[in-house]
Write a protein that binds this ligand. Structure first.
Ligand code: GLU
Length: 306
């Protein structure tokens, strides 16, 4: 039996778009007989107290997790060992480029826009020593492919860029693309359900997974919640977190029903939604949310329009 997961970054409250993704990951996992695991991705952008808040929000929606929760900050030695292994195989190099350097260098010929142009790939010993005097090095993967294809439940077969992406940032922190691959494999996760803003990262991650001898997971990149202007849902949009909505008198079960119904599923509870769940029937377009209407729609009739 494999596993699916939800892997929030504890950088603030979960908004209803994140919660909808968590519900979807639960449905995907349970409808395929998988466990549903939780991983806290706290390698950067951490806000104190946010982990506990997020766990409480997920619980309030009735989402429970199997196994033991994994916290990335507890796993630094594991990432280090993997990078050392790749280094020993000659698959890692030091990179001294700033974002600005990369933007100014432009892409290498035939490479996808935005991919790393390979500036530091073949530095001599002397060049490296000289650059190291000015800036700490990040570590990049010496990739031997330019593209990789993944299978996605919603996007189908998706081919995207693989470049020499960063494995360890220049402040020493493991990069997201490394940690996510290592952690998914370590937990037996073979189904990755997450927002479709990460679809373009999947080929890099899948490439690294196969390079490390892991099973490449199946993916389902699900539509994001956007405001009416097509921007990602955020604080400025009003009451978008579970806390803000419940504060106005809406029960978490009603929020869950709203999320499930937005997916074309029955809203009464997770079990009923699971029985009706069909990935092929899921909406493919972004979920456009008008926060003021959520509360309006969900308020008990007696308290409406007061
Ligand atoms: N931690 C990432 C986020 O909250 C998700 C990473 C993933 O699911 O692979 O956006």
């Amino acid at each position: 039996m494999g596993a699916g997961r939800f892997a929030p970054s504890p950088s603030g409250r979960l908004h209803i778009g994140n919660l909808r993704t968590a519900v979807l990951a639960w449905l995907f996992a349970h409808s395929t007989g998988r466990d549903y695991l939780l991983r806290v991705e706290d390698l950067d952008r951490v806000r104190a107290g946010s982990e506990d808040e997020q766990l409480a929000e997920l619980k309030a929606l009735g989402l429970s997790f199997d196994g033991t929760m994994v916290r990335q900050s507890d796993r630094l030695p594991v990432y280090r060992a993997i990078v050392d292994d790749l280094k020993a195989q000659g698959l890692v190099y030091e990179c001294f480029c700033s974002r600005k350097d990369i933007a100014e260098a432009g892409s290498a010929p035939h490479a996808a826009p935005g991919s790393y142009p390979g500036t530091c790939r073949n530095l001599t010993e002397e060049e490296r020593a000289e650059k190291a005097r000015h800036r700490p090095a990040a570590l990049r993967l010496r990739a031997e492919a330019n593209v990789f294809t993944v299978q996605d439940e919603l996007a189908g077969s998706y081919t995207g860029t693989v470049d020499d992406f960063v494995l360890v940032r220049n402040d020493g922190a493991p990069a997201y693309n490394l940690a996510v691959v290592v952690d998914d494999a370590a937990s037996g996760i073979d189904q990755v359900v997450r927002g479709d803003d990460l679809l373009s990262s999947a080929p890099r991650q899948a490439y690294l997974a196969q390079l490390l001898g892991y099973t490449v997971p199946t993916y389902a990149h699900v539509p994001l919640a956007l405001n009416e202007k097509g921007q990602r849902l955020a604080k400025r949009d009003g009451a978008v977190t579970l806390e803000e909505i419940t504060e106005q008198g809406v029960h978490p079960a009603e929020i869950r029903a709203f999320l499930l119904e937005s997916l074309g599923l029955p809203g009464q509870d997770l079990q009923a939604a699971l029985e009706a769940f069909d990935p092929a029937a899921l909406p493919r377009e972004p979920w456009i949310v008008r926060p003021e209407n959520i509360v309006q729609q969900l308020m008990p009739p007696a308290s409406r329009n007061r």
